[in-house]
Design a protein around this ligand. Structure first.
Ligand code: PEP
Ligand code: MG
Length: 556
C-alpha cells in the first residue's frame, strides 16, 4: 500500500498540553507517552482526528429574533443534506445509496417546515430542530416494521443538524481527506465495519480486549488500542505513534519519528510474511492454524481453513433481513476459496446488535436473548440460514461445517444438531462459551461432531466480567487457571471421544497463550489472519512436551 500519510498536516506541537502528557518513554526523545490496552497488533503513525459524540442539548435560549432562528434551522438542514450528498458521491455501492437517502430525508420539505414553524413560535434553532426530528422519529417508530427501523436514521440526522446549529463538530465518522488515526470514546461494531481506508489506527477511551470492535479491527489488520482514557487530552491534529501490541501511544511525534514508526511496522510485517506452512510444534505435532473471518475479504490464500466465520459481521448495518439468495451468495463466496470452513450461525445480541432482527431492548443483554437463544423468538431466522448454508455447500461441492453460538444445555445442542443434519449439513458442532457447556463437554460431544471454545465469552461468563468493560480487563485475562481448567475439560472430552476441540476466541491468536492451549490438548487454533505468523513461530519453537509443561504450570 502506498504511504499517503501527509507530511504537511498539522504540526505535532500544535495545541499539545505538555502539563497533561508524560514525557520521555521508549519511543523517541521529545514525544510524550500514554498507554491503553493493545488489542490489534501493528504500528502506525499519523494525525489524530476525533469522532465527535452526539451533541448535548443545552437549556433553551431566550429568543430575540425568531426569524433568525428559523433561518438558522434552514441553514443547518441544508448543511447536513449537502454534507451527506457530498459523502455519497465519494462512496460506493450500498454505502452511497444509504448516504443519498439520508441526504434526501434532511432535505425533506415537511421536516423543514415543521422545524422552521417551531423556531417562529419561539424555540431557538437547536431546540426547534430537536423537536421536529423527535416528532417525526416517534411517528415513524409508531408505524412499526420497516418504517420503525428508519427511526435510528432520524436520530443520526437530528444529531448532525443540532450539532451544526450549536456550532459543534458533526458527529459520526470523520472524513478529513487524508489518512488519520481515529480517536473515539467508543465505537460500535457497525462504525468499525464502515471505516474507510484512510483510517491508520484506532484509539478508544473505553472498550475491552475482546469487544467486537477490537475483533473487527484485528480482522482488518488495523492497529488498535482501547481503554485509553488519557487520549481525551490529546488534541485533534497531534501526530501520534500507535503500537497495537503493547498499547503504547507516543504523542507529538516529529515527521522523522513518524516515518520511523511506519518503517518498523513495514519491517515487522515483512519478517512475519516470510513464515509459511501448516502449524506444528518443534517435534512435528500438527495443530491446525485456522482463520477467524467476517467475510470472504478476510481470507488468505495459504490458510489451513476457516475456524470461525462470524456470519453476523456480514449484516451488522442491515436494516432489513438478508434474503436466502444473498446468504447463499455470501457463504458460497467463502466456500469456493477455502477448504474447511466452520460457519457460525448468527450470533446477534448484546454488543453485536443486528437491527433487522428488531430484538426487544433488555436490561441485561449479555445474559439475555443472544446467539442461539434468538431462535426462541425468531425460529425462521435460523431455519433460513441453515437452508442457505446447505444450499451454498451443495452449489460449491463443499462439506459445510456449522456451529451454534452460546449453547448452554444438552437440549439446545441436540436440537441444533438435529435441525442442521436434517438440512444435509455434514458436520455439526457447538461453541463452548458458557461454563455450563464446558462442564458438560463430554455429554455435548455425544450430540455433536466437534466443539469450538469461544474464550472471549467463556471468560466473560466465568468471571462475571463484561467483555467490553475497560476497567475489568484483568479479570478477563485468559491465563487464569479457572478458564484454563474449563478448556482442559473440553480438550479431554474431545480426546476421549476422538472428536476435534478447537479454540476460536482471541486467546488462540496470542503467541504466548497458543502453546499453552496446545499443551492443554486443543486440536486447532482459530484467529484473526494477522495473528497467524506469530502463532506459527511460537509453536514451532516448542515441543509438544514443552507445551504440556507450560499448561501444567499455568493450571497450578
Ligand atoms: C468468543 O466468544 O470467544 C467467540 C469466538 O465469539 P465472539 O467473540 O464472536 O463472541
Ligand atoms: Mg462469543
Amino acid at each position: 500500500m502506498p504511504d499517503t500519510t501527509p507530511t504537511d498536516g498539522p504540526s505535532p506541537a500544535d495545541g499539545i498540553r505538555p502539563d497533561t502528557l508524560p514525557t520521555g518513554g521508549p519511543w523517541t526523545g521529545a514525544a510524550g507517552r500514554i498507554t491503553g490496552l493493545g488489542v490489534s497488533q501493528g504500528r502506525a503513525a499519523g494525525p489524530v482526528i476525533r469522532m465527535a459524540a452526539p451533541p448535548r442539548l443545552p437549556a433553551p435560549r431566550t429568543v430575540a429574533d425568531p426569524g433568525a432562528e428559523a433561518a438558522a434551522v434552514v441553514k443547518a438542514l441544508g448543511a447536513v443534506a449537502a454534507d451527506l450528498a457530498q459523502r455519497a458521491t465519494a462512496a460506493h455501492g450500498e454505502a452511497a445509496e444509504i448516504l443519498e437517502a439520508l441526504a434526501m430525508i434532511a432535505d425533506d420539505p415537511m421536516l423543514r417546515e415543521e422545524a422552521e414553524g417551531r423556531a417562529r413560535d419561539g424555540l431557538d434553532a437547536a431546540h426547534a430542530l430537536d423537536a421536529a426530528f423527535t416528532r417525526h422519529r416517534d411517528a415513524l417508530a409508531a408505524l412499526g416494521g420497516y418504517l420503525a427501523e428508519r427511526a435510528a436514521d432520524l436520530d443520526d440526522l437530528k444529531h448532525r443538524a443540532v450539532a451544526f446549529a450549536l456550532d459543534l463538530p458533526m458527529p459520526g465518522l470523520p472524513s478529513p481527506g487524508h489518512p488519520y488515526v481515529l480517536v473515539a470514546e467508543d465505537l460500535s461494531p457497525a462504525d468499525t465495519a464502515g471505516l474507510g481506508d484512510d483510517v491508520l489506527a484506532l484509539i478508544t477511551a473505553r472498550g475491552g480486549p475482546t469487544s467486537h470492535t477490537a475483533i473487527l479491527a484485528r480482522g482488518r489488520g488495523l492497529p488498535a488500542v482501547v481503554a485509553c482514557p488519557e487520549i481525551a487530552g490529546v488534541p485533534d491534529g497531534t501526530v501520534v505513534g500507535v503500537d497495537g501490541m503493547t498499547g503504547e501511544i507516543a504523542v507529538g511525534l516529529t515527521a522523522e519519528e513518524a516515518a520511523e514508526v511506519r518503517e518498523r511496522d513495514r519491517a515487522e510485517k515483512a519478517r512475519l510474511a516470510a513464515s509459511h506452512g501448516p502449524g506444528r510444534t518443534a517435534d512435528g505435532h500438527p495443530v491446525k492454524l485456522l482463520l477467524n473471518i467476517g467475510s470472504a475479504a478476510d481470507l488468505r490464500p495459504d490458510a489451513e481453513g476457516v475456524g470461525l466465520f462470524r456470519t453476523e459481521f456480514l449484516f451488522l448495518d442491515r436494516k432489513q433481513a438478508p434474503t436466502f439468495e444473498e446468504q447463499v451468495a455470501a457463504y458460497a463466496e467463502v466456500f469456493t476459496q477455502a477448504e474447511t470452513v466452520i460457519v457460525r450461525t448468527l450470533d446477534a445480541g448484546t454488543d453485536k446488535p443486528l437491527p433487522f432482527l428488531g430484538l426487544p431492548e433488555e436490561p441485561n443483554p449479555a445474559l439475555g436473548v443472544r446467539g442461539l437463544r434468538v431462535d426462541r423468538l425468531l425460529p425462521a431466522v435460523l431455519e433460513t440460514q441453515l437452508d442457505a448454508i446447505a444450499e451454498a455447500a451443495k452449489a460449491t461441492g463443499t462439506q459445510a461445517w456449522v456451529m451454534a453460538p452460546m449453547v448452554t444445555t444438552m437440549g439446545e445442542a441436540s436440537g441444533f444438531a438435529r435441525r442442521a443434519r436434517a438440512k444435509g449439513i455434514a458436520r455439526v458442532g457447538v461453541m463452548v462459551e458458557v461454563p455450563a457447556a464446558a462442564l458438560r463437554a463430554r455429554r455435548l460431544l455425544q450430540e455433536v461432531d466437534f466443539l469450538s471454545i469461544g474464550t472471549n465469552d467463556l471468560a466473560q461468563y466465568t468471571f462475571a466480567a463484561d467483555r467490553q468493560h475497560s476497567t475489568l480487563a484483568d479479570l478477563l485475562d485468559p491465563r487464569q487457571p479457572a478458564l484454563l481448567e474449563l478448556i482442559a475439560m473440553c480438550a479431554e472430552a474431545g480426546r476421549e471421544a476422538g472428536k476435534p476441540v478447537g479454540v476460536c476466541g482471541e486467546a488462540a491468536g496470542d503467541p504466548l497463550l497458543a502453546p499453552l492451549l496446545v499443551g492443554l490438548g486443543v486440536t486447532s487454533l482459530s484467529m484473526a489472519p494477522v495473528c497467524v505468523p506469530a502463532v506459527r513461530e511460537a509453536l514451532a519453537a516448542l515441543t509438544l512436551q514443552e507445551c504440556r509443561e507450560r499448561a501444567r504450570a499455568a493450571l497450578s
